[in-house]
Ligand binder design. Sequence first.
Ligand code: ATP
Length: 308
Amino acid sequence: MTAEIARATRVVVRVPAKVNLELRVGPLRDDGFHDLATTFHAVDIFDEVTVTPDAEFSVSVTGVGEDKVPTDETNLAYRAAALLAERFDVEERCAISIVKAIPVAGGMAGGSADAAATLVACDTLWGLGLRRHELEEIAAELGSDVPFALTGGTALGTGRGEQIVPVLATGTFEWLFALTHEGLSTPSVYAECDRLREGEDVPEPQPSDGLLASLRSGDVHGVALAMHNDLESAALSLMPSLRPLMEMGLEMGALCALVSGSGPTVAFLLKDRQDAVALRRVLEAGGLADDFVHASSTPHGAQVLVVD
Ligand code: ATP
């Protein structure tokens, strides 16, 4: 007698946003990409992705920035489910429903996070039992930031950012993110970076030892000192209004102000939550950003919350 295996009818996965504590961008490669050395850091702003069996793939989106997210086959979550099904000869299909909290086009890898969450959710829904490295390979095909969203915590990314090695990090850091409703497209920021560096001899990107040492010891001041983003000048060139926002944050107690990824979100690192709340009040009154979100570091990546 063969035992009937109960199939899941609903899987819910939550997945964090990221900030790049360091983003070193190498020279433009022949394939149009750049080699990166980047330290990803997950923060507790979570999107939630639910998959349920259905006759066709579909995507619905609610929450922050829902009107800016496509619901057709260009949605990264849709692409993740379709690629997984194709690669493993899965004939089942599913409805993907995304509740967004991660700002859209804010340099916090929201689309990549949803793709990673969908891979984990569909793996569970379809009972594939994939190994970590199998999920990571598919994640890397979907986008440079997708493998990190599977892993979460703090990790070093090399290659296009898709080759991930976890980094030992102690301590929980407090963040205030200043959001701008108008997004910046990642390709346009890289193009501006190339334009600004034209004629320069750009070195191969290397992570800084100072940042890794400060993360190991949980030294928030050391982390603040070592944070760096090679895309920042490009983001500021395309959106000069970010500069006074960052300057005001630094004057008002932030340990560091850095454009997150390709921007335009600005990440402020604070000593504690009290300082973050005080800074938010001042910046809100200054009217230099459209919205603010508090966050803390999180050790989590894409994580199954519910299986029914
Ligand atoms: P990154 O930091 O990885 O460069 P980002 O955080 O700047 O990305 P996303 O929020 O991932 O930007 O959105 C970039 C674009 O991707 C959006 O403008 C949207 O059109 C598209 N997109 C596709 N799928 C999604 C998704 N699931 N969530 C958000 N945006 C998506």
